[in-house]
Ligand binder design. Structure first.
Ligand code: GAP
Length: 459
């Protein structure tokens, strides 16, 4: 099915997955709000990730660190000086653009291969733009200012009086919350290397480039995992996390042919290896997550800047060292976007009708079951069933409209099961369960419904 981003945005708004942020005020660029089914989907994505990478891991510990951190953290991490985008302004229409994006789009359009714009220096980018007279996407002229580097961190200040004001930042990644808690977690959990620290939380980046819906936003959630290990084991764990990250996506129902590994063209000086997993979004192949072998850079830098000793003492061998780190990082909102793209389908039914259906993995579906009484007289019984099911999972009830319309409403939000209550239910306590994907129906005793659904929605 040929899904466009516009179609998906429209569907999300219509059924309540995602709305434009500050909608009644004409929005705020690159911000979005999750609606009733969107927030359930997002919670379930986070649950699936946590289950896989924390709950089912013998040696990973979760944290939930503060968004606002001591500014020295960002000096140590290099964000204060190095976390910037190369921006140019069009002198004609004042449009601000990322220079590497301009080059990338130009190369795509003119089928120029072999260049990696995000690995080019500012001088190389400027030279290319000058030589090829790369036009402004808005006004079509090619009259650019020199490149200026714009830091992506959002600044704020703390303190109530001007004198005590102190510049601080909204964190641009959750990772530093894991690094600064390395010693705390290791001690309080008596963790032995190799062990992991994981976190899900908000991050903020002052992205100016238009974002393709929730692909690139200024406020987003990351799910990050740092695996601390010995240097000689780091490459092995890097490969392992590449596999684990891929398997997680496959288990959520992404077809392998829509996913690919992409090694980074340019490595940071301390990094030993880095790759992304890309997904084939409606706009083309784009990064979904990253796996990075970061050597012992982060812990060493925090040792240097904080003065705290980050050395790990191996209780068995007596060896002392600063562990290496394998980082696995995935944007929750970006995974949600990929999940929506992967699930969206338009099907023609027998008889010629069409239905929009979201084929979510049942674990991710916002509601697991919708209760549908066939007649008004059955509403009381339906409510009783609904209240009982609510104790076990998120469900919904829909008493209005033809049964066909009600099925369609559940299909378009991806509810895996519709439970119909009919007059036989009053006699024999059985109900019909209709499967979203096959549309097949089974008749079940009411007391078996919960266990039937629990088994089907496992992840
Ligand atoms: N700690 C490593 C780190 O933050 P990153 O590649 O900058 O690495 C990791 O970000 C992931 O976070 C990306 O793969 C993407 O899924 C998500 N992400 C990054 N910037 C984003 C943005 N502006 N909007 C939404 N998701 C974003």
């Amino acid at each position: 099915m040929n899904l466009t981003m516009d179609k998906l945005v429209n569907h999300c708004k219509t059924v309540g997955f995602v709305y434009r942020g500050s909608d009644i005020y004409d929005g705020l660029a690159n911000t979005w709000d999750y609606g009733p089914v969107g927030v359930e989907l997002k919670n379930n994505i986070k649950k699936a990730w946590w289950k896989r990478f924390v709950q089912e891991s013998d040696n990973t510990f979760g944290v939930d660190a503060a968004i606002l951190m001591n500014s020295r953290v960002w000096e140590a991490s290099g964000h204060t000086t190095g976390f910037s985008d190369p921006k140019m302004d069009c002198k004609e229409c004042k449009m601000r653009e990322r220079a590497d994006n301009l080059v990338e789009e130009y190369c795509k359009k003119h089928k120029i291969t072999g260049l990696t714009p995000d690995a080019m220096s500012n001088e190389e980018l400027e030279k290319f733009i000058e030589e090829h007279k790369v036009p402004c996407p808005k006004c079509g002229k090619s009259n650019w200012t020199p490149i200026r580097n714009f830091n992506l961190m959002f600044e704020t200040s703390r303190g109530v009086t001007d004198e005590s004001q102190n510049k601080i930042y909204l964190r641009p990644e959750t990772a530093q919350g894991e690094f600064v808690n390395f010693l705390n977690v290791q001690r309080t959990s008596r963790a032995k290397v190799p062990f992991g620290i994981a976190q899900i939380g908000k991050a903020f980046r002052n992205e100016i480039t238009p974002g393709n819906f929730i692909f690139r936003t200024i406020e987003f959630e990351q799910m990050e995992h740092q695996l601390f290990c010995k240097q000689e084991d780091a490459q092995k764990f890097y490969e392992e996390y590449k596999q684990k990250a891929m398997q997680f996506l496959l288990d959520l129902g992404f077809p392998r042919e829509n996913l690919r590994y992409k090694d980074h063209d340019k490595l940071a000086h301390y990094a030993k290896a880095a790759c992304d997993i890309q997904y084939l979004f409606p706009v083309g192949w784009e990064e979904l997550n990253g796996i990075h072998h970061r050597s012992n850079y982060d812990l060493s830098r925090h040792q240097e800047f904080s003065g705290k000793n980050m050395t790990y003492l191996d209780p068995q061998t007596g060896e002392k060292y600063i562990p290496n780190d394998i980082e696995y990082s995935i944007g929750c909102d970006r995974l949600l976007l990929a999940t929506l793209c992967n699930a969206y389908d338009e099907e023609t039914l027998d008889g010629g009708d069409t239905r929009v259906v979201m084929h979510f993995h049942p674990f991710l579906a916002p509601y697991k079951v919708a209760v549908l009484p066939l007649q008004k007289d059955l509403n009381d019984k339906a409510r009783e069933i609904y209240r009982n099911l609510q104790k076990h999972f998120m469900c919904t009830i829909d008493e209005a409209g033809s049964i066909g319309k009600r099925y369609r409403r559940q299909d378009q939000i991806g509810t895996p099961y519709c439970l119909t209550v009919d007059f036989d239910t009053l006699q024999d306590n059985t109900v019909t369960l209709r499967d979203r994907d096959s549309m097949e129906q089974v008749r079940l005793p009411l007391d078996q419904v919960v266990s039937y659904i629990v088994e089907k929605i496992q992840f």
